[in-house]
Design a protein around this ligand. Structure first.
Ligand code: G4P
Length: 534
């Protein structure tokens, strides 16, 4: 038992959320560098793979190893076992990104000092906020000219409605910061640079703000300025409140430069201290504690055909309680079957390793014989454990897809069904029509590109794609006759999802409101609950 408690307490599982180009890859590399997992930054992913052109992304997908590697990275630092979950942004943005956040216990929000809160950051932030995840803010690129720290604090408050407690504060003026002041330790750290873009760790000069030597190093102008700013923060800003941080109501804020390593270690140390070990998880029958000895886990990501030669399918699971041991058999709640988890793997930088054991908070990938689905529960015995449902994200873009070559219909249907199970896209069909064509719903346009690419490469089916003008979907609850009555409406399309639950697609809010007003007997839901068959 004490072994389990110790292992759980030293684990930190988090996701870095940011808009593309804010520096997520660079920061991740630097965390690995400080963790001793790599010795020279620039080795995790080739920079080229980070360019976001669709064609490059396809290249990455072709070399599945890379995108898998980046799904989760594990390393040890200062007694902690750290799991970083990858949340791709930009065009790679998809439902997958949202779902990954289900596996995290906290989030690090990375912000570019010049750009502030950007679109993708906002979307991811709201998902974290909804889950009440503790959120830590790292303002990156302070080696460059950018916005003032006060301005950024203000933006967090106005745009994201979260107050910030700056733990570190930059010393100097925009574009010329020479160091940071840590408000909790009252220590100053001055910037060291070697013009090698932080490939290696550099020793910075540290000391107390009271120290006369420090005062000299900072210089009188910056020193006075710093004192004034800190006084203002202490007086007018929020006070440090661990409970608010835990509840995701206050974000500890840090400043630094991932590229030059500046402020990275100060951030990592404080983050590990302030963030929490794996949290209890909600099941349909109450909470399950991470220190509960009975193993339990849920699946949050499935990736098929990672290795085209083997056609394998890997299910990523987040362990929620107990200890996992290699070769262990577990009960898969959704299928009611006992399953031996084969080839359990963990990922570090470019390597995959076989897992001997793993604990609550860890992420492992297992071979999926084709039975797992997103959100499925695995546990030790036939106890009726089931984790809360995974959020379904309302799709925003829709398209009708059908096979170009009708001879390939079988492959097309197989591919669509498998990719729907994997959660790559949401799949709908018209209830009266067979499965010659499907309507797919996505939250980002790349999801459709990926579908097209994968159906061709993995199933040999080329697609005819017709984009539809709908932008909203609602699951419908109600009597069959009332649902049937809206079948032929203008500006809308009635479909069923993969579980035969009725869904309506409409063009805009106006059409939706019109529909709601005229159908008082029906309920229109943003996400599905158990609905009746059409
Ligand atoms: P991402 O994963 O969030 O998309 O961002 P990534 O780390 O790839 O960084 C995006 C760009 O920002 C990169 O420049 C990177 O070097 C730069 N960058 C990251 N952190 C810092 C920082 O602290 N300061 C400065 N000045 N730049 C930073 P790039 O031109 O796209 O690539 P490269 O040619 O520099 O490798």
């Amino acid at each position: 038992m004490t072994e389990l408690i110790n292992e759980v307490n030293r684990r930190r599982t988090f996701a870095i959320i940011s808009h593309p180009d804010a520096g997520k890859t660079t920061l991740t590399e630097k965390l690995l560098l400080y963790g001793g997992a790599i010795h020279l930054a620039g080795t995790v992913k080739s920079r080229k793979s980070q360019k976001h052109a669709v064609s490059d992304w396809m290249e990455i997908e072709k070399q599945r190893g890379i995108s898998v590697t980046s799904s989760v990275l594990q390393f040890d630092y200062s007694g902690f076992r750290i799991n970083i979950l990858d949340t791709p942004g930009h065009q790679d943005f998809s439902e997958d990104t949202y779902r990954t956040l289900m596996a995290a216990d906290s989030a690090v929000m990375l912000i570019d000092i010049a750009k502030g809160v950007e679109e993708q950051t906002k979307k991811l932030f709201w998902v974290c906020k909804k889950r009440k995840l503790p959120i830590f803010t790292f303002v990156n690129k302070i080696d460059r000219f950018g916005r003032t720290p006060f301005d950024l604090m203000d933006e967090l408050e106005k745009v994201l409605t979260i107050n910030a407690y700056p733990v570190t504060w930059p010393i100097g003026i925009e574009g010329n910061y020479i160091g940071i002041y840590n408000r909790l330790t009252k220590e100053v750290e001055l910037f060291a640079t070697d013009n090698r873009r932080g490939q290696k760790q550099l020793l910075s000069t540290k000391g107390s703000l009271e120290d006369v030597k420090m005062k000299d190093l900072i210089g009188p102008e910056y020193y006075e300025n710093l004192l004034a700013e800190i006084e203002l923060l202490d007086m007018a800003g929020d006070s440090f409140d661990v409970e608010k941080i835990k509840a995701g109501e206050l974000t500890p804020m840090f400043f630094g430069s991932a590229m030059t390593n500046f402020g990275v270690q100060a951030f990592l140390d404080k983050f590990l201290e302030l963030s929490q070990p794996p949290l209890p998880r909600v099941t349909k029958n109450g909470f399950i504690e991470p220190t509960d000895e009975n193993f339990s886990a849920f699946i949050f990501k499935i990736q098929a055909n990672m290795n085209p030669a083997h056609r394998d399918r890997i299910a990523f699971m987040r362990i929620c309680s107990g200890k996992f041991e290699k070769g262990m058999s577990v009960y898969h709640v959704q299928s009611g079957k006992e399953i031996k988890l084969s080839q359990p793997q963990q990922f570090l930088a470019q390597e995959r390793t076989i897992v001997e054991d793993a604990y609550s908070g860890d992420i492992i990938g297992v071979f999926d014989p084709g039975i797992f689905g997103i959100g499925d529960t695995l546990c030790l015995s036939k106890e009726k454990l089931q984790f809360e449902d995974f959020p379904v994200f309302p799709p925003e873009q829709f398209a009708r897809v059908q096979p170009k070559d009708t001879m390939k219909r079988k492959q097309f249907v197989k591919g669509m069904i498998q990719l729907a199970q994997e959660g790559a896209v949401q799949v709908f069909r018209q209830p009266d029509i067979g499965i010659e064509s499907f309507v797919v719903g996505t939250v980002g346009s790349l999801q459709l590109d990926v579908l097209e690419y994968r159906l061709k490469n993995e199933y040999g089916a080329t697609l005819l794609i017709n984009n539809l003008s709908y932008s909203l979907s609602r699951w419908i609850l109600g009597e069959k006759k009332d649902i049937d009555a809206i079948k032929g409406i203008d500006n809308g399309m009635l479909l069923v999802d993969t579980k035969d639950r009725p869904v309506i697609l409409v063009n805009n809010e106006w059409s939706l409101n019109w529909l709601i007003e005229r159908n008082p007997n029906l309920e229109f839901l943003v996400v599905p609950t158990d609905a009746r068959k059409i």
